[in-house]
Ligand binder design. Structure first.
Ligand SMILES: Nc1ncnc2c1ncn2[C@@H]1O[C@H](COP(=O)(O)OP(=O)(O)O)[C@@H](O)[C@H]1O
Ligand SMILES: [Mg+2]
Length: 233
């Protein structure tokens, strides 16, 4: 049972630097659904982050249309786009991006505070999100008192605390050892099973066993097959 969350229709992204134009993403039609964990793979510079940024309503495409649950994102103003992002998308990055002077609980509560949710409720929901990733005994720790894998679980709790429909991750396991990476992927897989659309950019072929779907990007072109498996060894 899965429903459509995001749809890209003939989306293209062209960057201009000086006199040069770079087609970061060539004409692309794609649908991402709830209850699915999708991996986006491809060599460096192939357009993966550009694709993720369009899906996550961080940037507008140069051409084409993006729909979020049938609402046309490409017609929204910057403010409306930011609002959609805040309520519907959770981001997880390679470098965790935790705020150093805040403890785990305060980091996770931060997106709710930004949404003007009262402090008490924000704290309770942050506790719930940290429990969901198995960190109930680390809530008071500052980021520097957490391992890499624990920091990434805090980042996942922060991404899911606002109850978004999509969780987008850019190389979430790249700075983790194999065991911590496995724990992170298991968490993300469970979030997909609970109904989120989970989309993960990665270079790591070993993560394919967690995926419901793998898409491949090469020179801005998206396909459903991995062509140069040797590149990943
Ligand atoms: N803001 C930008 N301005 C100009 N060129 C960019 C910008 N962002 C990305 N690019 C270019 O677009 C292409 C795709 O980049 P990116 O989506 O970051 O690839 P990946 O994440 O697969 O490494 C690259 O050639 C990159 O140099
Ligand atoms: Mg990238």
């Amino acid at each position: 049972m899965s429903t459509e969350i995001v749809r890209l229709e003939a989306v293209e992204k062209i960057y201009q630097t000086g006199e040069n134009y770079i087609t970061a993403l060539d004409t692309t039609d794609l649908v991402f659904e709830s209850n699915k964990l999708t991996l986006i793979m491809g060599p460096s510079g192939s357009g993966k982050t550009t694709l993720l940024s369009i899906v996550g309503c961080i940037i507008y495409p140069t051409k084409g249309k993006v729909f979020y649950k049938d609402k046309e994102v490409t017609k929204l103003s910057e403010d409306e786009l930011a609002d959609l992002r805040l309520h519907e998308v959770g981001f997880v990055f390679q470098q965790f991006n935790l705020i150093e002077p805040l403890n785990a609980l305060e980091n996770v509560a931060q997106p709710l505070i930004l949404r003007n949710i009262p402090k008490k409720e924000a704290k309770e929901r942050a506790e719930g999100a940290l429990k969901a990733v198995g960190l109930e005994d680390r809530m008071g720790n500052l980021p520097k008192k957490l391992s890499g894998g624990q920091k990434q679980r805090v980042a996942i709790a922060r991404a899911l605390v606002g109850n978004p429909s999509m969780i987008l991750c850019d190389e979430p396991t790249a700075s983790l050892d194999a065991k911590s990476a496995g724990i992170i992927m298991q968490e993300l897989k469970e979030l997909a099973e609970e109904g989120k659309a989970v989309i993960i950019v990665t270079h790591d072929l070993r993560l394919r066993k967690y995926a419901d779907r793998v898409i491949y990007v090469e020179e801005g072109k998206v396909s459903n097959t991995i062509k140069n498996e040797e590149d990943y060894k």
